[in-house]
Design a protein around this ligand. Structure first.
Ligand SMILES: Nc1ncnc2c1ncn2[C@@H]1O[C@H](COP(=O)(O)OP(=O)(O)OP(=O)(O)O)[C@@H](O)[C@H]1O
Length: 668
């Protein structure tokens, strides 16, 4: 019954009617096309073309800039595309799942091709019953059984295969997306600092999450539907040829033209999709920046302005996505028009052939259902095409950052054995500019020595490059010329992971904590430290004093970037972390600047204990910290202008150091 009802749904009645009234149909078909019909059709086509032209014209215009603050966020992802080889590289690790999904999808398509042919057999049987003049209906009905059973088996197999390919594809898609995300994150963690200087956190997190998600769903859709419908289309064209070569030739003759037009529209849509996605990323970056700077926004009462800024970026993204939607809509509407025209031609031509006795009703039924399968497949393909464009761009955006290789690889190079490491540091004729500002030299021929086991202080006016010296030491950046050496070895030869992980400890001006407990933040200095070692470090850095007053003690969660702690408390936790790490070289970049003088004295005592016997580089503004250093460098005019002890520099007539102290540029 189900089969029969399905047959009736796919226009069996109208077909039977057609057979009987083929001459009536033919008469209708042969009616001359009136002038008004042509004009109407022309107007509709003109409207569609006009809409398409407006869409593409609007899309190719650059968005208007509403705020200069976010100008730097507007960049087009020129490299955001993907090659077939890169796609293959993504699939390769999961080829087994891919292969299984493809086989199931193709088998399912094969069955879909066979179904119309079986339907044709069944219809011929039914037509036989209708036309039977002996009225031996029972025996005719019995003859229908094998065809019906065959069709039933096809339907069951088709369902089972559909279940299988969807399952395999889900597994494949999820694993690919997880790998893409994990690879991109690992790559991002290894990228140069210069990369982070020029990319926003929001943009990176959009690539890591939104784009991977988009790629995954598009990929799944394209493989499941795309492959099946493509195979179905090819197979059904074969079936059509088998049923009626003449009609098939007429039906598919226009396909190459349609493919060419589709490719041209596709290129435009791809470009538009890239723009729309870049604009969405800009909007995310604006919201991300606002959410991470909430306190500043509150302090300046900028809620409304930020909201307007976000709305305007969002609006541009919406408008571009709408234009993309209209573009895809026009493409799909055009495809549907073409496909429906194809069905109409089949009916027209088929009726003609039946009227001449060159085709049986069953063959026309098979032809019609196969043509309908092609129609469904092609209109499905046009939807898939739109999705593929989005997925391709999203995949390209993910790969754009995965392709980049860091200029400072972190896991190659040599390690100096611990017992032979002295900690003697030299800057030899170093010139440097930040990669994001290549025209501005921070140093020109800087030469200075930080002798092993000594405390060396850097002082000088703000913005002269004191922190930059620590960045070069940590190898966050490479010098443009000259070299930085550790125990006589060029830093470039050394293993960066070893250098940062085991040799140098950095306590920076603005320590950033993770949104976890105090204990885990301290343990970040040495993940394998015992609880007792963590507590000892905390006591040495005077963390114990304030943490013991918290209801949850060391389990207190510190909030995002340590927002639930004071600046001084954050610095003490950062110091505890460095004490736990116990590195041979310590860099203190205004490490105690957020402490009051009493806490500073306490922490300084703790630091003095840690500093003993190590090479220490201190950047400080307080005279009390600077004067205790064994060697002081004054950094100014892209060089180390003066060096000596506090006493030597103060005794030197007209020394810059003395001027700085006297002008309170070095706090007393
Ligand atoms: N990531 C960066 N990209 C580009 N330029 C930078 C970067 N960081 C710092 N600079 C520039 O490099 C110069 C030196 O900055 P640096 O932070 O080393 O100065 P500083 O002496 O430590 O200043 P302060 O005492 O105010 O902390 C400044 O002109 C600064 O604008």
């Amino acid at each position: 019954m189900a089969i029969l009802s399905k047959i009736s749904r796919i226009s069996f009645k109208s077909l039977a009617q057609n057979c009987k009234n083929s001459y009536t149909t033919l008469r209708w078909m042969q009616k001359p096309i009136s002038r008004s019909t042509i004009l109407k059709t022309w107007r509709i086509c003109g409207f569609g073309t006009g809409l398409a032209a407006i869409t593409f014209r609007k899309a190719s215009c650059a968005p208007k800039i509403s705020s200069k603050r976010i100008d730097h966020l507007r960049k087009e992802d020129q490299n955001a595309s993907m090659t077939m080889w890169e796609l293959w590289e993504l699939i390769r690790p999961f080829f087994g799942w891919f292969f299984a999904a493809v086989v199931c999808a193709i088998l399912s398509a094969y069955i879909n091709i066979q179904i119309p042919l079986c339907l044709g057999d069944l219809v011929n049987g039914i037509v036989g019953i209708i036309k039977d003049e002996t009225k031996n209906l029972r025996s005719h009905f019995e003859q229908l059984k094998p065809s019906a059973m065959h069709l039933m088996t096809m339907y069951v197999a088709q369902s089972a295969l559909t279940f299988l390919y969807i399952t395999f594809l889900t597994i494949l898609g999820e694993r690919m997306a997880t790998k893409m995300r994990s690879d991109l994150f690992a790559k991002l963690l290894h990228h140069d600092m210069a990369f982070f200087d020029s990319h926003k956190t929001g943009e990176l997190s959009a690539r890591l999450n939104v784009d991977v998600q988009e790629f995954k769903s598009s990929f799944k859709l394209c493989v499941s539907q795309g492959l099946r419908t493509f195979a179905q289309t090819i197979g059904c064209i074969g079936s059509l040829y088998f049923l009626s070569p003449t009609m098939t030739m007429y039906t598919v003759a226009v396909v190459p033209g349609i493919i060419l037009a589709g490719s041209a529209i596709g290129a435009g849509l791809r470009q538009l999709s890239r723009r729309a996605q870049a604009q969405s990323a800009t909007a995310s970056a604006v919201s991300d920046e606002a959410l991470t700077n909430m306190r500043t926004i509150r302090a300046f009462a900028m809620e409304k302005l930020e909201s307007r800024l976000f709305d305007s970026e969002l609006d541009k993204a919406r408008s571009m996505q709408e234009q993309l939607g209209i573009g895809i809509g026009i493409f799909q509407a055009g495809t549907n028009l073409f496909l429906n025209g194809m069905i109409l031609s089949v009916l027209y031509g088929g009726s003609n052939l039946i009227s001449k006795g060159e085709m049986t009703p069953g063959a026309l039924m098979s032809f019609l259902v196969s043509a309908q399968t092609i129609q469904r497949s092609l209109s499905q393909l046009s939807i898939i095409f739109g999705t593929a464009i989005k997925g391709w761009t999203a995949g390209g955006r993910v790969l754009e950052f995965s392709r980049l290789e860091p200029s400072i690889p972190i896991d190659t190079g040599v390690c100096i054995p611990y017992h032979t490491l002295w900690g003697d540091i030299k800057f030899e004729d170093v010139s440097f500019s930040y990669p994001t500002r290549p025209g501005h030299n921070v140093f020109e021929h800087l030469t200075l020595t930080i002798p092993a086991g000594q405390v060396v202080a850097l002082c000088g006016p703000s913005g002269e490059g004191k922190s930059t010296i620590t960045h070069l030491l940590e190898r966050f950046y490479e010098p443009k010329s000259g070299r930085v050496t550790l125990d006589g070895r060029d830093m470039k030869e050394l293993n960066v992971e070893w250098l940062r992980g085991q040799v140098i400890g950095l306590i920076s001006q603005e320590p950033v904590l993770f949104a976890t407990s105090v204990e885990e933040n301290i343990r970040y200095g040495r993940p394998d430290a015992t609880d007792e070692e963590v507590r000892d470090a905390a006591r040495a850095a005077h963390v114990d004093e304030f943490v013991s007053r918290f209801p949850n003690g060391y389990s207190t969660v510190v909030g995002e970037r340590g927002a639930q702690l004071s600046g001084g408390q954050k610095q003490r936790i950062a110091i505890a972390r460095a004490i736990l790490k116990n590195p041979p070289i310590l860099i203190l970049d205004e490490a105690t600047s957020a402490l009051d003088s009493q806490s500073e004295q306490l922490v300084q005592e703790a630091l003095n204990n840690v500093m003993k016997g190590r090479t220490v580089l201190v950047i400080a503004h307080r005279l009390s910290t600077i004067r205790s250093a064994q060697l002081i460098y004054v950094i100014k005019d892209k060089k180390a202008l003066e060096s000596g002890t506090h006493e030597q520099l103060m005794a030197k007539k007209g020394s810059l150091y003395r001027k700085l102290v006297e002008a309170h540029n070095v706090d007393s």
